[in-house]
Ligand binder design. Sequence first.
Ligand SMILES: Nc1ncnc2c1ncn2[C@@H]1O[C@H](COP(=O)(O)OP(=O)(O)OP(=O)(O)O)[C@@H](O)[C@H]1O
Ligand SMILES: [Mg+2]
Length: 261
Amino acid sequence: MRRIAITNLKGGVGKTTTAVNLAAGLCRKLRERGERVLLIDLDPQIEASASSWLERSDPESRLLGALRGESGLIDLVQETSVPGLDLIPGCGGLARAEVLLSSEPGSETVLAGVVGALPERWSVVLLDTPPAHGWLMHSALAAASDVLVVIESGAMALGSLAGLDRVVSLVRQRLNPDLELFGVLQCRADARTRLYREVDELLKAQFPEEALSTIVRTDVRLLEAPGHCQDIFRYAPQSRAAEDFSQLADEVGARLGLRGF
Ligand SMILES: Nc1ncnc2c1ncn2[C@@H]1O[C@H](COP(=O)(O)OP(=O)(O)OP(=O)(O)O)[C@@H](O)[C@H]1O
Ligand SMILES: [Mg+2]
């Protein structure tokens, strides 16, 4: 089961937006075949998380309990209003996980252990990560098979990408030798600007294999959708964001070799 960590060291670049709408886009094709997608929310900032986008209720602090061995991760899986999409909700308590667990030996591989024990029930698992470079991020990279880096198209983007590339190399050496850099996605891009074209050229020169051909353009509909607890396909099916996420799901599904893409 491929497990894609959606990440960047920088905050506010569109990770959660990508996690929710890529998951919904993949589900649109997979559910025709009875296949499902799992989204694991590892962000302790609940107000801005995938969990609060998909469900209006406050999730309980059970993910922390699963990391402490008090329950199985499978018991936390819940169906969402997006057909075909299951969620393991995040919780504010995750912020305490680092304090409680990081002094224990090998604690960065605890999440990998509990994710690895999940049944092979999903065609793909997406992990939405917090922005900070720390224990939770390293745990997510240890638990993932692949990394999808989301960058905000702009001057600082390639610097943050280089920083993350170093972290991925270290995680590969020390925690997870099989971790692959799956792709780099430009989000909040304005394709009409010179800055976009410059960043795009540099990105394709530095990461020719990984730079995705899909970009997610800036669209106000993406700012509005979480307030309605709807993915972009339901909230604004005719929007350019829906078009971009549909193309992204096709590209990611094909790269993963999923049937039907
Ligand atoms: N393509 C886009 N067009 C317009 N707004 C966008 C786009 N992508 C993301 N946004 C908005 O930018 C803000 C940050 O996005 P998001 O929460 O997805 O980023 P994040 O990387 O998950 O942030 P954090 O690091 O805090 O977890 C949100 O208000 C979101 O609605
Ligand atoms: Mg986020």
